[in-house]
Design a protein around this ligand. Structure first.
Ligand code: G4P
Length: 533
């Protein structure tokens, strides 16, 4: 496929609506520039008046995920939400993922709802730990990835070294789309292989070309040693790397790479165009009994995120639903396959820039917010009546296990409500011990505990603290032999708990004990993840 496609970008008005959806997330290590890039993408698409609005003005809440006080105090992004904007005849749905590793569960679930990801890498740092983890999640589902190497306006690693590192660490083929001319103080623009032109940092076109070699005839360029070095390395990269192949990109095995600067707005419009032109469109959703194709007529979707109290003035609770097929219209009745109950969806919402709007119609790929009072949980599948279960939305075995201590014994009821609500939202996991009446919470990161305590106190008026209980490892247990499972549970009674769905969970003092149990009970499977339904 030719790289020169953007200039003659086709009109998209004849396409079925779902084919104009691009639903994606940005994955990165904290500080790589995700927030800055998000702002720039929105402003490049004209969705916000000026870059900076995403963060919200002082004292004013924005729809972005900095609605929570703790999040604002700490300057981290905790919760996932969605930003929808129009670009070039397309509807872009950008799902925000928290960068902090303590909230990786949320991020993993959000990634089940996207069709593509933009991987932002700091040019000075290369692949960092969180990027690697998130990439691995994308790989599980073969999500196509576009690589944006950020901060070329600063000194960084050489482009070829970066490419080498990414290919080596991720086992992913890269193919250049935007190539930098120098870096740091030498940065002098870029070579745009999409539109076949050489551009200054200010966006001025210096030269156009058919074949890259044509640039050797442009005097003003060949006299510039920084440009000549860039051209040589680009030629080397092209000789070394495979040519772009749309199919391989869609299969998740090849990533177009753009060098740019989110802060300076360089490469951002090209990034949008790459995503717009090369897609992918909404992909089939893994489900049982069969995957859901986006062009199926009947409506289906699933909840990947529940967020309570987004707006302090309205104690609301919103389930974020990714539509997988059909054309949803406002007022439609949908069945929650888990509970078997029907619901009329009267006030579905879209999230544009800083505004929410009533969603009159939505198609596969769209994200709709459904206000509800606890009827919808993460992992729920919604259909027009069919019994279909979307799969692959995991719970992760907690790494921190704590007994909940209530400081006001009169508030047991409120506490159990608070914990169940927040467990439904995915903020924490809640377990009950099989022996005794302890409430146990399990989280993946310490910060989650702090968020939990703060929200339970603030939103439910119940002060709680946590205490260690001597367990460090939790594993769901199952077996093909039900009697063996019963024997295991009986033998380990004091180490057993149940999750919210009454599935048995084995708690071990440490990894050594967990390992020992595994060896002693070969017919039992010890699981670190469990599907949510
Ligand atoms: P994150 O959401 O991935 O955590 O990163 P964020 O966008 O907050 O960016 C982290 C820091 O990197 C910010 O600086 C931001 O200004 C800077 N940055 C982002 N993109 C670029 C770029 O293209 N070039 C350069 N030189 N810097 C970039 P900060 O000083 O930590 O924050 P701030 O006070 O500027 O907001």
């Amino acid at each position: 496929m030719s790289l020169a496609h953007a200039a003659e970008a086709p009109s998209r008005s004849h396409l079925e609506p779902f084919r104009t959806r691009r639903t994606f997330a940005i994955i990165s290590h904290p500080d790589a520039g995700k927030t800055t890039l998000t702002e720039r993408l929105l402003s490049a698409a004209g969705a916000i008046q000026q870059a900076g609005a995403v963060r919200g003005k002082a004292g004013q809440r924005s729809t972005r995920s900095d609605w929570m006080e703790m999040e604002q105090q700490r300057g981290i992004s905790i919760s996932s939400s969605v930003m929808t904007f129009e670009f070039d005849g397309l509807t872009m749905n950008l799902l925000d993922t928290p960068g902090h590793s303590d909230f990786s569960e949320d991020t993993y679930r959000t990634l089940t709802a996207v069709d593509a990801a933009i991987m932002v890498i700091d040019a000075a740092k290369g692949i960092e730990s969180q990027t690697l983890k998130l990439f691995e999640v994308c790989r599980l589902r073969d999500i196509p990835i576009i690589t944006f190497i950020n901060k070329v306006d600063r000194e960084g690693l050489a482009p070829l070294d970066l490419i080498d590192e990414i290919q080596g660490k991720l086992a992913l083929d890269l193919t250049p789309v935007l190539w930098p001319i120098g870096q740091g103080v030498d940065f002098g623009g870029y070579i745009d292989l999409l539109e076949k032109r050489v551009v200054t940092p200010q966006g001025k076109t210096l030269a156009e070309f058919e074949a890259i070699d044509d640039l050797l005839d442009v005097e003003s360029l060949v006299d510039n040693p920084v440009f000549m070095t860039a051209l040589e390395t680009l030629e080397l990269a092209r000789a070394m790397l495979p040519a772009f192949d749309l199919k391989v990109f869609h299969e998740g095995h090849m990533s177009p790479v753009l060098f740019g600067s989110a802060l300076k707005g360089i490469g951002v419009a090209e990034l949008l165009r790459t995503l717009g032109d090369w897609g992918p469109e909404p992909r089939p959703q893994p489900a049982l009994p069969a995957p859901i194709a986006p062009d199926e007529k009947k409506v289906s979707g699933f909840v990947f995120k529940v967020q309570a109290n987004m707006d302090a003035n309205h104690r609301d609770r919103i389930a974020f639903v990714r539509l997988c097929s059909g054309t949803f219209t406002r007022g439609m009745r949908l069945k929650n396959v888990r509970s078997g109950k029907d619901m009329a969806v009267a006030n579905p919402m879209f999230f544009f820039g800083n505004n929410r709007e009533l969603a009159e119609e939505a198609v596969a790929g769209d994200i709709v917010g459904i206000p509800n009072h606890g009827t919808l949980s993460v992992g729920d599948t919604l259909t027009e009546g069919a019994t279909i279960n979307v799969t692959g939305i995991p719970n992760f075995a907690p790494e921190i296990i704590r007994r909940v201590r209530l400081t006001d014994a009169m508030k047991t009821k409120q506490m159990s409500k608070a914990l169940s609500d927040l467990a439904e939202e995915g903020v924490t996991q809640v377990f009950r011990r099989m022996v005794g009446a302890d409430w146990i919470v399990g989280v993946v990161g310490q910060l989650q505990l702090e968020v939990l305590a703060s929200r339970v106190a603030k939103e439910y008026g119940v002060p709680i603290t946590f205490e260690p209980m001597g367990f460090e490892v939790a594993r769901w247990v199952e077996s093909d032999d039900p009697d063996e499972l019963k024997r295991f549970i009986a033998a380990q009674k004091t180490n057993m708990a149940e999750d919210r769905a009454n599935a048995p969970v084995f708690l071990a003092q440490n990894a050594w004990w967990a390992d020992r149990a595994k060896q002693d009970w070969p017919k039992i499977r010890f699981l670190t993840t469990k599907e949510r339904h």
